[in-house]
Design a protein around this ligand. Structure first.
Ligand code: SF4
Length: 320
């Protein structure tokens, strides 16, 4: 079969952009990829000149590609980059991810720091699950809040003014669908992608891949020889998200741009956010308080991490 030429030069196409059927060679794919990330950053005012940017680097495809892209964009947009990785303590998984994270940071010539659950909270995730026993919630219900808490602490500790995560357009569209199907539209309404928190204890998170698809990220990694961890976390059991992913994959066969339509719908809601109290995320108030135990920012008197840690401590004390 004859390979079509790139839409912008005579080189053979490496990819056909699914939503407008544009054939692109490697060079023009890479150029377009970087351009769209930059446009996303600008569209949502995600970064400012001279920001100190912590990049959450797990070693998976999204974060490894983000590391590479941010290092390239930094050449025209002066910022300082620091890679931070979280070691949850998950056997046969995290050490492998940290290996790829280290390679990605070295390749980008960026300082890399690792923060562990064990050192911060006193437990590895695996240990905590054993202590909690059979009546516990799903592993992600503990790991997720601990991870978010530690990412914030780590970002603050390295002096970051922004925390960049690798969530991509597929993740964003899935989350929006899940919010809607669970009756949590307010979460989407108040999930503005612009960095809006003024409290210095909370490092604003931004997602420059909000308009970049998973397919593009995998292709970018492969075309640019960026090795990443392919193995999934052994505890990943978010069945509901998997179902939504399958629905979206199916819909994309007919309409490859459906993901962007969902994100555009969410974007059009943000202008209404001021008119509708946020009763889900912040009790109708975007003010954050200090947790009475650890001092981390929370919308309550005690943060979720301290509540969960207390549950683990209680379980540990009740062990013979
Ligand atoms: Fe943690 Fe769940 Fe993610 Fe595994 S899948 S790293 S347990 S949040």
């Amino acid at each position: 079969m004859k390979v079509p030429s790139c839409n912008y030069c005579d080189h053979p196409a490496a990819w056909m952009r699914p939503w407008d059927k544009t054939p692109l060679c490697i060079m023009h794919f890479n150029k377009g990829f970087l351009k769209r990330v930059q446009k996303t950053i600008n569209k949502y005012n995600m970064l400012k000149r001279n920001d100190v940017i912590a990049i959450g680097l797990s070693g998976g495809k999204d974060s490894v590609v983000m590391m590479d892209v941010m290092a390239k964009l930094q050449k025209d947009f002066p910022t300082e980059l620091i890679a931070i990785s979280i070691d949850e303590g998950i056997e046969n998984y995290r050490a492998d991810g940290l290996k790829y994270a280290k390679m990605a940071a070295e390749r980008a010539e960026v300082d890399h720091q690792i923060f562990s659950f064990k050192e911060t909270f006193g437990y590895d995730l695996d240990e905590a699950l054993i202590v909690l026993g059979e009546n516990r919630m799903a592993p992600c219900s503990y790991c997720g809040p601990f991870r978010r808490n530690l990412l914030n602490q780590a970002a603050r500790e390295v002096g970051a003014t922004k925390l960049v995560t690798g969530h991509n357009a597929d993740d964003e569209a899935q989350t929006m669908m899940m919010n809607m199907m669970r009756g949590n539209l307010l979460k989407t309404l108040h999930g503005n992608p612009e960095p809006t928190f003024k409290d210095e204890a909370f490092v604003n998170r931004v997602k420059p891949f909000r308009r970049t698809t998973e397919q593009e990220i995998v292709l970018y990694a492969n075309l640019n020889d960026l090795p990443y961890q392919e193995m999934s976390c052994p505890h990943a059991t978010e069945a509901y998200r998997g179902k939504i992913r399958d629905i979206l994959t199916d819909m994309m066969q007919e309409d490859p741009a459906v993901i962007f339509s969902i994100i555009n719908s969410a974007d059009s809601l943000f202008s209404l956010a001021d008119k509708v109290p946020d009763t889900i995320n912040y009790d109708g108030d975007d003010q954050l308080f200090e947790c009475e135990i650890c001092g981390e920012p929370t919308n309550n008197t005690r943060c979720n991490t301290c509540k969960l840690k207390n549950e683990i401590d209680q379980a540990a004390m009740s062990k013979p």
